[in-house]
Ligand binder design. Structure first.
Ligand SMILES: [Cu+2]
Length: 475
């Protein structure tokens, strides 16, 4: 036996002639006999997959309400990746267990590119293959970065590498899909159908191609991706679906379900089941809930509207006044009122020196000091009997677009039992009065089927949230 040292997959990618310095993976032999007809007849399906990078101008990436994936290369370029002109996005629901929960329009591929897709064409790249088809895939490197050979890895199968190389046409500086199709038509794409070793990863030589073959006898949805890990989040992946969901292995009974949802959608439509979003009020508590908290009539019900008060400049900056206010980007001067009161800290700590505080210092919406102006400031305090079941309805009278005030409670976790906007679409702005009326008519959306426990809740702008807790923590 002769032992010779070879370079494996030489950088020049000359793989169609015997040589004594190097060997390409497509010339290795399989130790085992190849049983199927995968190499003895023409493939049923032939898929050409060019892949490349797109270099983005930063202003294409950083647009309002977009969250694009990209990588910053050493030279400072902002890159995403396309395979057959599509950048991969994850499906919204797992394909093996919840195939039909996915919107069929979310799937795409090079032959079925979404109509409005721009340079950053992101969708669930999926190619369907009939069960037991013989599949040939030609990968074409349109990235053409010297010394980078993208290693493509296929899940679910081992494949035969039957061709690796560059264009035999020396006048061609850069390989492309069009040129590769032309080579193939003229019989110039080199294939070697002798018994090949089985692989699950193949490096595509830069500015070249690799050809693989396999028999699609493993039903399912299989990832095919470049294994340079930083090319995965920028989209250098696709899915090969073998067979139909009916061919897939059955989903075990009681298998958990999941999906991609917007949490607390800006439209605050929380009282209907929807497939794009979920509101906190519709989450389910994993633990058993003390049903007492969810009784129909709570012991105490507190409606708390909150809004801003806008100062006129002449109201501020008077001698011997020290008003607290905020100047937002628009230049207004604001304070906030909860139930018409702007909170001030008590002069002494309430847990250790309660009796040092003048009782007149305390106030709330039902006990507003007389002559309290529009910027009524006092120590806003609501008293609750120990162990009472408390319901709080927070009402956003601020109504600033895209601003949902996140209310946080100390001392308790509470159940979020309701959330939304007025069902009366003639009402442009929600108010305390309107919320009370909705409640009286039973139109404030509440759900008592295992509402989740939270300590912070975003009140949708121009909407409301409803909380429940048992006041069993004195303080
Ligand atoms: Cu890559």
């Amino acid at each position: 036996m002769k032992i010779i040292y070879y370079v494996m997959n030489p950088l020049d990618a000359v793989c169609d002639t015997p040589r004594d310095d190097a060997i390409c993976v497509n010339n290795l032999r399989s130790a085992k006999p190849i049983e199927s007809d995968v190499l003895t007849r023409d493939p049923d399906i032939s898929i050409f997959l060019p892949f490349r990078f797109v270099v983005h101008k930063p202003n294409e990436l950083f647009q309002a309400n977009t969250y694009r994936h990209y990588l910053v290369a050493f030279d400072g370029d902002h890159l995403t990746s396309l395979i057959d002109e599509v950048s991969y996005a994850q499906p919204a629901f797992p394909l093996l267990s919840q195939y039909y929960d996915n919107d069929p329009n979310s799937f795409c591929n090079g032959d079925k590119r979404p109509a409005d897709c721009d340079m950053y064409c992101q969708c669930v790249h999926k190619i369907d293959i009939p069960l037991n088809a013989i599949v040939e895939i030609v990968l074409i490197d349109e990235v053409q970065q010297p010394n980078i050979s993208h290693p493509f890895h296929l899940h679910g199968y081992s494949f035969h590498v039957i061709g690796v190389g560059r264009s035999p046409d020396k006048t061609i500086q850069k390989i492309s899909l069009k040129h590769t199709l032309d080579l193939n038509r003229r019989g110039l794409l080199h294939r070697n159908l002798d018994a090949h070793s089985l692989r699950d990863t193949v490096a595509v030589p830069n500015n070249g191609y690799s050809i693989i073959r396999f028999k699609a006898d493993n039903p399912g949805v299989w990832m095919f991706h470049c294994h340079l890990l930083f090319h995965i989040p920028i989209g250098m992946n696709l899915l090969l679906q073998t067979g139909t969901p009916e061919d897939f292995p059955p989903v075990p009974e009681g298998f958990p379900k999941c999906g991609s949802y917007v949490l607390n959608p800006l439209d605050a439509v929380c009282n209907t089941k929807r497939s794009d979003a979920i509101c906190v009020s519709n989450l389910k508590n994993a633990r058993k809930i003390n049903e007492e908290v969810l009784q129909e009539r709570p012991d105490i019900k507190i409606f708390l509207p909150f809004r801003f008060y806008f100062y006129q400049l002449e109201e501020l900056f008077r001698p011997n006044t020290y008003n607290v206010f905020l100047v937002p980007p628009g230049g207004d001067h604001l304070i906030s009122l909860v139930d018409e009161i702007s909170y001030v800290g008590p002069p002494a700590p309430l847990l250790s020196q309660y009796d040092d505080v003048d009782p007149q210092q305390f106030c709330n919406g039902d006990n507003r000091p007389p002559n309290c102006g529009p910027n009524c400031m006092c120590t806003h305090k609501i008293d609750i009997p120990l162990n009472a079941i408390v319901e709080i309805v927070l009402i956003d009278e601020v109504q600033q677009d895209n601003l949902s005030h996140p209310f946080h409670l100390h001392g308790y976790a509470y159940h979020v039992v309701g959330m939304g906007r007025s069902p009366d679409t003639t009402i442009k702005k929600i108010t305390l009065k309107h919320a009370l009326e909705l409640d009286r008519k039973g139109l404030l959306n509440r759900q008592f089927k295992g509402p989740p426990l939270k300590d912070t809740i975003a009140v949708p702008n121009n909407g409301y949230v409803i909380l429940r807790f048992k006041a069993d923590n004195p303080g």
